[in-house]
Design a protein around this ligand. Structure first.
Ligand SMILES: [Zn+2]
Ligand SMILES: [Zn+2]
Length: 409
């Protein structure tokens, strides 16, 4: 439960929300402009330019561009200038799909769409920048991180490798993601895993091609693939402890030619994903897959190899920062609208790289249906970010800064 919040903190939270609500129409216009101009990972030139321009207009103290290719960092110093430093992160990239919404601000780029709401995240952080630069009611520096390439490009990692935390040594970092299945005005977080690690497996099976009517003269890699697919399902059911969570999914199979009914191919390829929260479980699954694949193939006289790529680590909140963020959220929306034991998602998120480097928390911000198709989830061609939640998201970002680095007077 939320421990006694001092009345002045509640007032400050209310002030931030009220002040940001004043420029809600401008935030909505900014968000919709980004929505019209979606850009894929590491191509966010227009978006980064719009962010830079907006930060300049806000009177942000320093703007650094080109971090991790197209990343942007803005610094705002509080009224009191201690070494305190808090990072807030928004992602800027869109997805490679064509939008099917009817409204005027739909994507102007066929094959590209803001279907994950990163246009909204970027706008919320710009809103926080405007409020924080105007008021500066904190002791230290707010580091606003606009990152490229969250959708599979590891843009957060690129920024870290480009010196993000060496140049801006934040003590904690926070991010939030809109969540359509939660109503607007709600926030979700937990003390540990929020999102899973995402790994990609590519299995290559080599047999011996031949005539479909004379399979005894061939070594059929399609049959071997079928047995490997079945055997792989035993890992989660027989090797992973029931208390742990994991997924092994084989999602693609490529073998032979659909026009050749009587040609046994020489090779088959399987592609899939492994999702875990715990490094020991992840290591065990990788090991078991190697053993099963090699042994099953050998049993049929074939050979098989696997390429196992660790794409994103699990997104794990640190407990103190997670509950602090929940407290700040409760000041804005009330304790009854904050979930502190959010069930993690098996999806993945590259803010995980920042949480490997720094304490912090990743929050879910309720977004409801918005103007997209009702019940439409992320990554759908009918999704749209709900502009109604822009002031709350921006105020929550600002509140994390004001409450974690309070003025002492
Ligand atoms: Zn996404
Ligand atoms: Zn996303």
């Amino acid at each position: 439960m939320l421990t006694a919040v001092k009345p002045q903190k509640l007032m400050a939270a209310g002030r931030a929300f009220a002040a940001i609500a004043e420029f809600h129409p401008e935030l909505t216009a900014f968000r919709r402009d980004l929505h019209v101009h979606p850009e894929l990972g590491f191509e966010e030139v227009y978006t980064a330019g719009r962010v830079k321009q907006a930060l300049e207009l806000c009177g942000v103290d320093e703007i650094h561009t080109g971090i991790g290719k197209t990343g942007v960092v803005g610094l705002i110093r509080g009224k009191s200038k201690s070494a305190n430093m808090i990072g807030l992160r928004a992602d800027m990239d869109a997805l490679p799909l064509t939008e099917h919404n009817p409204f005027g601000w739909k994507s102007g780029q066929p094959g590209k769409m803001h279907a994950c709401g990163h246009d909204g995240h970027t706008t919320m952080l710009v809103g926080a920048a405007r409020y924080l630069a105007e008021t500066r009611n904190f002791d230290g520096t707010a580091v606003l991180i606009f990152q490229p390439g969250e959708e599979g490009y590891a843009g957060a990692k690129a920024m870290i490798e480009d010196g993000l935390f060496d140049r801006f040594p934040v003590q904690a970092a926070y991010a939030m993601h809109n969540w359509p299945s939660m109503p607007p005005g709600t926030v979700g977080v937990n003390r540990g895993p929020m999102m899973a690690a995402a790994d990609r497996i590519t299995i290559t099976i080599t047999g011996k091609g031949g005539h479909g009517a004379h399979p005894y003269m061939a070594i059929d890699p399609v049959l071997v693939a079928a047995h490997i697919i079945t055997a792989a399902q035993s890992i989660v059911s027989r090797n992973v402890k029931p208390q742990d969570s994991a997924v092994v999914s084989i999602c693609a199979m490529n073998a032979g030619d659909l026009g050749a009914m009587s040609v046994i191919p020489g090779t088959a390829t399987l592609v899939g994903t492994v999702r875990t929260f715990n490094a020991d479980v992840q290591d065990m699954i990788e090991k078991r897959l190697h053993t099963l694949i090699a042994s099953v193939a050998e049993a049929f006289g074939a050979t098989a190899s696997m390429n196992y790529e660790r794409i994103y680590p699990a997104t794990i909140n640190t407990p103190i920062e997670a509950m602090f963020a929940a407290d700040v959220a409760a000041m804005m929306v009330g304790e009854e609208n904050v979930t502190r034991d959010m069930v993690p998602s098996m999806g993945a998120e590259d803010f995980s790289f920042m949480l490997q480097a720094k304490p912090g928390a990743y929050l879910r911000l309720g977004q409801g249906d918005g103007l997209g198709q009702p019940g439409c989830f992320l990554h759908n061609s009918r999704y749209d970010f709900n502009d109604e939640v822009l002031p709350l998201g921006a105020a929550l970002f600002a509140g994390l800064v004001e409450q974690s680095m309070p003025l002492t007077v």
